[in-house]
Design a binder for this molecule. Structure first.
Ligand code: DGY
Length: 325
């Protein structure tokens, strides 16, 4: 029996490519750069190969036009990400194509990067690193690059899902007080003493550091705008490891310039890899290149989860465990 054809849009870790090639007629991508310029090319290759599955990744253009152009052979699109904002789920549904994602396995790694950014912002680590590399460090000085400690600060987690809750667990070890804002209050065993704010205003006014963990998409577009920034205490720190579109970049740049926001840390950007040019000239912001899930362990786990989803449908004719549409 011929193995199902699986089209991989991106290069994946060696163990994941090996598993793909073992179990599928896998069309691998030999380089980390995407081979497609647009979704039409993904659809064209899927058509040429008569792919039954597509293993895509965050940022791939799986929009309505791509789904409309996919060949009838495609039964499932498995994304190598928890986020699905790059996928038009409605268009997938309309074509009868299942969509799956990779929840849970990247929560700890992404929380680690959020915590790294919190520390970089609070302790001015980016500025210090740039100073040392530039050769402008003249030696230890009592008032040099003084930041603020996280100990005892109120951490506000916007979006208290799996990643937000992992961050809360890490922050407890730093003796931070945890507050959260979420569509719904979570169960006490998940809350672990975190303080729920149903209203945005009380949340924003209560906290010293805000970490954003919101899904992308229209509902959260430019959520952190000038109004909400103004409601944060003067001297607050802002971190975003969710999706770049949730931040109004011009408003954040202005708040960082004025000092109303002491410092920020970003791992995601609206329209990445481009980013608002205003960020580049600011010292009080730490900028990372979407590293949230970028550990060897996590990327293997994401790939295995994506393949578990594909295997369920394409190899065993069962419902994939992590179906989102
Ligand atoms: C995701 O999974 O959605 C991340 O942004 C990519 O790791």
């Amino acid at each position: 029996m011929p193995r199902p054809v699986l089209l991989l849009t991106r290069q994946l870790p060696p163990a994941i490519e090996a598993r793909s090639a073992r179990d599928y007629d896998a069309r691998l991508n030999g380089s980390d750069a995407p081979w497609f310029k647009d979704g039409a090319e993904i659809a064209r290759r899927a058509g040429e190969a008569q792919a039954e599955g597509i293993l895509c990744a965050a940022g791939d253009p799986m929009n309505a036009a791509t789904f409309a152009a996919l060949p009838a052979s495609v039964k499932v699109v498995a994304t190598f990400s928890v986020g699905t904002d790059h996928i038009d789920l409605g268009a997938a549904k309309a074509r009868g194509i299942l969509v799956t994602n990779t929840p849970d396995v990247l929560s700890f790694a992404t929380a680690e990067i959020a915590f790294a950014l919190m520390l970089m912002a609070a302790r001015r680590a980016g500025e210090g690193e740039r100073m040392v590399r530039a050769g402008t460090w003249t030696g230890w000085a009592p008032t040099q690059l003084m930041g603020v400690t996280l100990e005892g600060k109120k951490l506000g987690i916007a979006g208290f899902g799996r990643i937000g809750r992992e961050l809360a667990a890490m922050a407890r070890a730093f003796r931070m007080e945890i507050h959260y804002h979420n569509r719904n209050r979570v169960a006490p065993e998940l809350e672990q003493g975190a303080i729920f704010h149903a209203g945005e205003d009380s949340f924003l006014a209560a906290i010293d550091v805000m970490s954003m963990h919101m899904p992308g998409g229209e509902a959260t577009r430019k959520w952190l705008n000038a109004d909400r920034l103004a409601k944060l205490k003067s001297g607050s720190i802002v971190v975003n490891t969710g999706r770049g579109g949730s931040v109004d970049d011009a408003a954040l740049v202005e708040a960082l310039r004025s000092g109303h926001i002491r410092a920020a840390g970003l791992d995601v950007y609206d329209g990445e890899p481009k980013l608002h040019p205003g960020y580049l000239g600011l010292e009080n912001i730490a900028l990372l290149p979407h590293l949230g899930s970028a550990t060897e362990e996590t990327r293997d786990a994401m790939g295995n989860r994506a393949l578990d989803n594909l295997d369920a449908l394409l190899l065993r004719g069962e419902a994939p465990p992590h179906r989102v549409a």
